[in-house]
Design a protein around this ligand. Sequence first.
Ligand code: GDP
Ligand code: ZN
Length: 458
Amino acid sequence: MDTDTIAAISTPTGEGAIAIVRLSGDDAVSRANELFQGKDLTTVDSHTMHYGKLLDPETGEIAEEVMASVMRAPKTFTREDIVEINCHGGLVSVNRVLEIVLAQGARLAEPGEFTKRAFLNGRIDLSQAEAVMDLIRAKTDRAMNVALKQMDGRLSGLIQNLRQKLLETLAQVEVNIDYPEYDDVEEMTNDIMQEKTAEVRDEIENLLQTAKQGKILREGLATAIIGRPNVGKSSLMNTLVHENKAIVTEVPGTTRDVIEEYVNVRGVPLRLVDTAGIRETEDIVERIGVERSRQVLTEADLILLVLNYGDELTEEDVKLFEAARDMNMIVLLNKTDLEQNIDIERVKELAGDNPVISTSLIQEEGIDQLENAISSTFFEGEIDSGDMTYVSNVRHVQLLKQSKQALEDAREGMEMGVPIDVVQIDVTRTWELLGEIVGDTVGESLIDELFSQFCLGK
Ligand code: GDP
Ligand code: ZN
């Protein structure tokens, strides 16, 4: 295993009064010590911080005033020796420190390499490592809580319990087969297998039920604002952005041509889709044509359809209702400050089960009701106890679905009277699939792939 000393800036660039360059590896302390003028870092107690000066190894001159924290293995994030060099927060200063550390011989860490080492050294499991990544990208407090719980091992705990249950069942079956005490051992074994696999299946199903919400917390509720020109789409967009904290994100792979804006509505991250279109041309339907806008619509988790309270319904309004049929939709009757010309009964008819909210964006009325409607779309009437374990990771969802399928195959087999040792194969497979979530049974390439998605310095 690689235990060469790696280094990276581990605080966000350009923010805060101090910045940290972190070193991790077998010779992290001795390397830092060679550059450090102050106490002998190789002899200080673990988990202590020391003031000193950093020397430029090329010129021998003092380059920076720093505080160095020394943390010795194994009680560190990577389970290796770690030195964190705290310096002034400016970009110049922290880059200078990193340059010096690299010039001295440490290697620049790859994205996610610290976390990868924590995983490889058994400090955290894979789902916890993935939570570190989610935490970095979390868009709202709620999303952050989900990531924190996962990092804490909540999901891992649940998964390991299920695996344990399967393992015990397999063991029991094995014992029954090897040492049949009773005549009806076959029937008994089948019963145990039926019961336990059904239990595990149900628990997997419960976890999968949280996946939709988990995905939304992670990626945002893809929201499309549609409506005829001039009904108030841009105003709605601006209201949502200004009333709520806009979320700054750095999601890799976000394409430039589709500008997305994130806002936090009561802990639910809304991803306002194709807002560029709305802004530039004032009319998404006109600009991209009905076909393309249909596609935008089908990719959305939520449609906000804006109508003009002061106008009669038009053919185009009805078309938009049709385009958004079968989707999660909230209908806005905007401009209630104007004299009513819209046929509300007809709107309600067209809206079906979807909520219809009256707003006057110009007078800032109805916005609370709109936000209530948005957050109940997300929670679908459930009360959020704030204590849920959500599955939010696509990889986990895939593995859970496969696990569920394997258990259903097992059950089908049992019902058809397939011999128990064949059923065991499906159950063992489930155990392995669940193991991939926590990283017990994953290959090296997957590990590399996963960790390469991290930010530098984590
Ligand atoms: P869009 O074309 O759908 O994006 O509509 P805009 O948001 O650009 O709004 C069109 C016009 O309607 C602007 O002049 C807004 O100020 C105005 N407007 C937006 N909301 C209201 C409202 O609640 N009441 C009134 N009276 N005017 C509004
Ligand atoms: Zn507009």
